[in-house]
Design a protein around this ligand. Structure first.
Ligand code: MG
Ligand code: MG
Length: 275
């Protein structure tokens, strides 16, 4: 989304804890989505439930009203990459649905996303989801003190583009996060090893590969919000908020809750990491 703050803030441990709290609510909201999502359900229904959960935790939806975005969740289906508006349209068997959620609690944002596979999804699309999810963790492995932002993008790009011939979206990137939803530095999903901003402990960033089955190019849909793939082939999106540490990044958001729900929801598929 749009507004950017060009200042780079390194967080204190107290601030990291506040972001973790905010991320915990996002993780719970995504778990609720995972328990409810299936063919026949609508994005609007999920959005309402997620908003209730966030407000029940005394937090505020992070995206609603941000750059005039009208909802709690961004829900982007199939060729939708990001920024889709929850609608009254029912999900169908075979849809892949990317759900992005933000929360604002005690002056700090949390941000995470997951792509769900509903029912009979073609094997090649399941492969896209699996590779994209795996690439997120390859990016996170590089979010350590002393490395550069380009190391994250390089890891994601080389894995998705070189090893799997997918399109790595260039027009949208990950970001710093804290008191602002989008802070510097930008965290592209492409890059060169050893290039870009030098990361130090306490930098909190959202890493969010957006990977397309076909070409990397994206366009704005007619609704004025949803970013879709130019070739209309499917796209996947996984995101964590992480804090840079000395030897290993610490993941502040949590997909364990939602993955537990996926195991209990027979109408959606587990997305396995590749080894
Ligand atoms: Mg997000
Ligand atoms: Mg984000």
């Amino acid at each position: 989304m749009r507004k950017k703050n060009s200042q780079i803030y390194f967080k204190t441990e107290e601030e990291v804890e506040a972001i973790r709290e905010s991320c915990l609510i996002v993780s719970k909201a995504l778990a609720l989505v995972a328990s409810l999502i299936k063919p026949g359900v609508t994005g609007e229904e999920l959005d309402k439930k997620a908003e209730e959960l966030i407000r029940d935790h005394k937090a505020v939806p992070g995206f609603k009203g941000y750059g005039d975005f009208p909802a709690t969740l961004c829900i982007s289906i199939n060729e939708g990459v990001v920024h889709g508006i929850p609608s009254k349209k029912e999900f169908k068997d075979g849809d892949v649905v990317s759900v992005d959620c933000g929360s604002y609690l005690n002056e700090f944002y949390g941000d995470a996303a997951y792509t769900f596979a509903l029912g009979e999804v073609p094997q090649e699309t399941m492969e896209l989801l699996s590779v994209t999810k795996t690439s997120l963790y390859k990016g996170i492995e590089n979010a350590v003190h002393g490395k550069r932002i380009g190391d994250i993008g390089f890891a994601i790009q080389s894995y998705c583009e070189k090893e799997h011939s997918y399109g790595v979206v260039r027009d949208l990137v990950g970001h710093g996060i804290g008191k602002n939803l989008h802070e510097a530095p930008e965290v592209p999903n492409y890059g060169r090893r050893g290039q870009g901003f030098l990361m130090k402990e306490g930098l909190v960033i959202a890493i969010e590969p957006m990977i397309n089955m076909g070409v990397r190019n994206v366009v704005l849909a007619n609704d004025g919000w949803t970013i879709i793939t130019k070739d209309k082939l499917p796209s996947a999106h996984y995101e964590h908020t992480v804090v840079v540490r000395k030897n290993k990044a610490e993941i502040l958001s949590n997909h364990d809750f939602l993955e537990k729900e996926i195991k209990n929801n027979s109408e959606i598929n587990e997305i396995l990491l590749k080894n």
